[in-house]
Design a protein around this ligand. Structure first.
Ligand code: B12
Length: 222
């Protein structure tokens, strides 16, 4: 079974969704994350092992390569597609409570801002690392973050902003969260955001990439 986990990790790393998927060309005709995950579960593998020894390893590898500019957004999206397809087989185990997630991560692009490509990448990477992700989408007001946090006490929040103008909205949201749901951990990111800005607005963590967010979240629960 270890070999199957290794193959599942490879499928996620290289974005091989299923057997009929033509991408990547050098894996044409081979089983993908879809078939291998089903095979592993049908043959008695534990869903936790499929997740941690297969899918998570693949997502970690692609996350590191993305950080080092060895791959670009399209490859990461293919990896996420492979992971999401495999996750459909794991979903019943999550829903039944047989597999516990590491925690809940609530993410959204702040009010006034419609950019979501980077936010989606963070969301997919964090989910691929075993966290439950609640993605509130774009143009999200403070109130929506607050009500979601109140429904999921102890969750961690991620805010994304791509415009210098909406960085101000990020600051306002951080203030409202600190006021209304004190103690909530807040991660921020987006092209114009810096660690200096994070310090200024009092958020907990800044990362220029999804991998940094994953590492921070995993450190939090270690
Ligand atoms: C694609 C794009 C759009 C698309 C968005 C489509 C979509 N679904 O997202 C569209 C066409 C809709 C668009 C619209 C606009 N855009 Co635009 N857009 C871009 C563009 C080309 C790419 C952004 C992107 O997706 N980058 C790729 C992703 C992967 O990178 P990223 O978002 O930075 O995310 C990474 C990190 O920052 C981090 N990250 C992101 N979020 C988070 C969150 C957390 C918690 C963490 C830890 C990390 C993290 O992880 C990601 C992966 O590494 C940029 C230019 C550029 N090259 O950056 C301009 C840009 C951001 N846009 C710009 C502007 C001005 C606009 C408009 C105002 C244009 C207009 N006049 O209408 C509108 C604004 C609409 C609105 N209200 O939001 C400017 C912003 C200038 C500024 N300094 O404010 C830019 C920089 C272009 C420019 N040079 O002028 N845009």
């Amino acid at each position: 079974m270890e070999e199957i986990f290794h193959q599942i990790a490879n499928c996620v790393e290289f974005g091989k969704v299923n057997k009929t998927s033509p991408y990547p060309p050098d894996m044409k005709g081979q089983d993908g994350a879809d078939e291998l995950t089903k095979y592993a579960l049908d043959n008695g593998a534990s869903p936790v092992d499929v997740l941690n020894k297969g899918l998570v390893i693949g997502m970690e590898k692609i996350g590191l390569k993305f950080r080092e500019n060895k791959v670009f957004v399209p490859q990461v999206l293919m990896s996420a597609k492979a992971m999401n397809t495999a996750m459909l087989h794991l979903k019943p185990y999550f829903q039944s409570g047989a597999v516990k997630r590491k925690g809940i991560f609530v993410i959204g692009t702040v009010v006034g801002d419609l950019h979501d490509i980077g936010k989606n990448l963070v969301s997919m990477m964090v989910e691929g690392n075993g966290w439950e992700v609640i993605d509130l989408g774009t143009d999200v007001k403070a109130g929506k973050f607050i009500s979601t946090i109140q429904e999921h006490p102890g969750c961690v929040v991620g805010l994304s902003a791509l415009l210098t103008t909406t960085m101000g909205n990020m600051e306002m949201i951080v203030k409202e969260l600190q006021d209304q749901v004190p103690g909530t951990r807040i991660l921020i990111g987006g092209a114009p955001v810096t660690d200096e800005f994070r310090k200024k607005i009092g958020a907990d963590f800044y990362s220029p990439d999804p991998q940094g967010a994953v590492e921070y979240l995993n450190r939090m629960i270690a």
